[in-house]
Each structure stands twice: as structure tokens, then as C-alpha cells.
Write a protein that binds this ligand. Structure first.
Ligand SMILES: Nc1ncnc2c1ncn2[C@@H]1O[C@H](COP(=O)(O)OP(=O)(O)OP(=O)(O)O)[C@@H](O)[C@H]1O
Ligand SMILES: [Mg+2]
Length: 249
């Protein structure tokens, strides 16, 4: 068994009164592709923010590469694609600059870009098919294109752990396929761990090692086939999942 790179142990969290996460535990190993699913408001984005160290857990603990995420060294090892990144309409940065920022996080800001950095940036732009738009301002792109720029930013750093929050919502089918290929490549060739939040698992269902179903608590954690054996089809839009969750109360 390979190394655990992300461990979440008995994590609880509340913004104000009502608990959003209760006693959540699961882990991701190197080379593992894990989906985190659950209905709207079930705490998925909150959990990602806690495990990235952006929010402090109310109870329990998170470790990334064995460290507290709030004190993690070499942060480039973790790539994050946030849900609907807010792009300032005035943001002057081009697509290439945004993607380069993802690479510089790894290089250190003071260093010059090497040939391999440039290759990684070009490759990431290719992976989301934004090469021809590299000199356009991000603020002038469509929502789906902006999303793809932020995916490329995360990919350019070649992270060891990629955490992506509905990265392909609003992204066309061809781009979704490309993204799936980038993820499976990261997992298979670089032994990265991937934690993907998505309401649409159809495209990646065959590639997943595990599915974690969250609704404030972890309701299921296991391989897709086991979920299927409980009568939950992941379908194109995982449409059975909400019904199944309702059944669990
Ligand atoms: N900043 C915040 N302050 C207060 N409550 C919040 C905040 N962000 C989220 N919540 C609440 O926490 C709960 C979980 O929200 P969260 O965004 O984690 O859900 P989610 O599973 O990511 O949903 P979705 O599928 O819609 O993205 C919801 O009830 C939400 O209203
Ligand atoms: Mg969310």
C-alpha cells in the first residue's frame, strides 16, 4: 500500500450554530483517485477548505504529507481548483500569466523560469486547450474558459495532491474529457493523489478508486462497484445519488 498523503481524522466544523461537518474521517493515498460527492450544502466545499488549511477545524485533525495544512512547507505540492473562482472584472492578468503563477508557486517567485517550467506551462495550456488564448485577459474569457484557466494553473505546478471543487461544472464535454485525461495522467504517471468534488461522475466513474459520500458525515467510503452494488448508478449525472441519499435520511 502506498503512502497516505491526506488524512482527515474525526473532523468537525461549524460556521455559526449548526454543524456543517461531524466526525468526518477518510484518507487519500499517493496514486489514488477519490471522488467526494454529496448533495448541495452537504459540506463538500467546507471540507476542502478545512483540509487545505483555509479554515480551522472545530475538532479533529487534518494532515497533508504528515503536516498540519496551515503550516505546510512546499505548498506547491498541493494544487487547488476552487469552486467557481471569482475573477475580478478588472484583473489585468492574461491566461498565460495565471497559469505561470501556478508554476512559480513551485519554483519560488524569485527564480527565473527554466525550459522545463515553460514546457510545463505550455503543456498545462494544451491540456485545457487554451494555447491559442494564452495572451487574452482572463477577465475577458467566458465562465467555462476561466474555469479551464484555473484548472491549467493547478496542473502547471504538477502537484502531488490535487484538490478540485467541481472543476468541470459549466465546462463543455470535450474539455471535461481532456481534464479527465490530465487527472488520470497525474495519478498514473506521477503517483499524485486526486480528490475531486463533482456532481457528474459519469466521465470519470471508471477511473475512480474510491467514492466518499458526504452529507455532514461520511455516509459511504468505498470503491464505485460497491456503491453500484447498493443500487446506486453513477450515470452521466449521478442522478441516482440524491435519491439514495434521501433514503438514508
Ligand atoms: N461562509 C459561510 N458562512 C456560513 N455558512 C456557510 C458558509 N459557507 C457555507 N455555509 C453553509 O455550510 C453548509 C455547507 O456548505 P458547502 O458550501 O460546504 O456545501 P457543498 O456541499 O459544497 O454544496 P454545493 O454542492 O452546493 O457546492 C451550507 O449549509 C452552507 O449554507
Ligand atoms: Mg461546494
Amino acid at each position: 500500500m502506498s503512502d497516505v498523503i491526506l488524512s482527515v481524522d474525526h473532523v468537525s466544523f461549524r460556521y455559526d450554530r449548526s454543524p456543517v461537518l461531524e466526525d468526518v474521517s477518510f484518507s487519500v493515498r499517493a496514486g489514488e483517485f477519490v471522488a467526494l460527492v454529496g448533495p448541495n450544502g452537504s459540506g463538500k466545499s467546507t471540507l476542502l477548505r478545512v483540509l487545505l488549511g483555509l479554515l480551522a477545524p472545530g475538532g479533529g485533525a487534518v494532515h497533508i504529507f504528515g503536516e498540519d495544512p496551515r503550516r505546510l512547507r512546499d505548498r506547491w505540492r498541493v494544487g487547488y481548483v476552487p469552486q467557481r473562482p471569482a475573477v475580478d472584472r478588472e484583473l489585468p492578468a492574461t491566461v498565460e500569466e495565471v497559469v505561470t503563477a501556478g508554476r512559480l508557486a513551485r519554483r519560488g517567485w524569485q527564480r527565473r523560469l527554466t525550459a522545463s517550467d515553460r514546457a510545463a506551462i505550455d503543456h498545462a495550456l494544451d491540456e485545457v486547450a487554451l494555447g491559442p488564448m494564452r495572451h487574452r485577459r482572463v477577465s475577458e474569457l467566458s465562465g467555462g474558459q476561466q474555469q479551464r484557466a484555473f484548472i491549467a494553473k493547478a496542473l502547471a505546478g504538477e502537484p502531488r495532491l490535487l484538490v478540485a471543487d467541481e472543476p468541470v461544472a459549466g465546462v463543455d464535454a470535450e474539455s471535461q474529457r481532456r481534464f479527465r485525461d490530465s487527472l488520470t495522467h497525474l495519478v498514473a504517471s506521477h503517483q499524485a493523489g486526486v480528490l475531486l468534488v463533482s456532481h457528474e461522475l459519469g466521465a470519470v466513474a471508471e477511473d475512480l478508486d474510491r467514492i466518499v459520500v458526504l452529507k455532514r458525515r461520511v455516509l459511504f467510503d468505498g470503491p464505485p462497484a460497491e456503491l453500484a452494488s447498493r443500487g446506486v448508478s453513477l450515470g452521466i449525472h449521478a442522478e441516482d445519488l440524491p435519491l439514495w441519499l434521501e433514503g438514508l435520511g
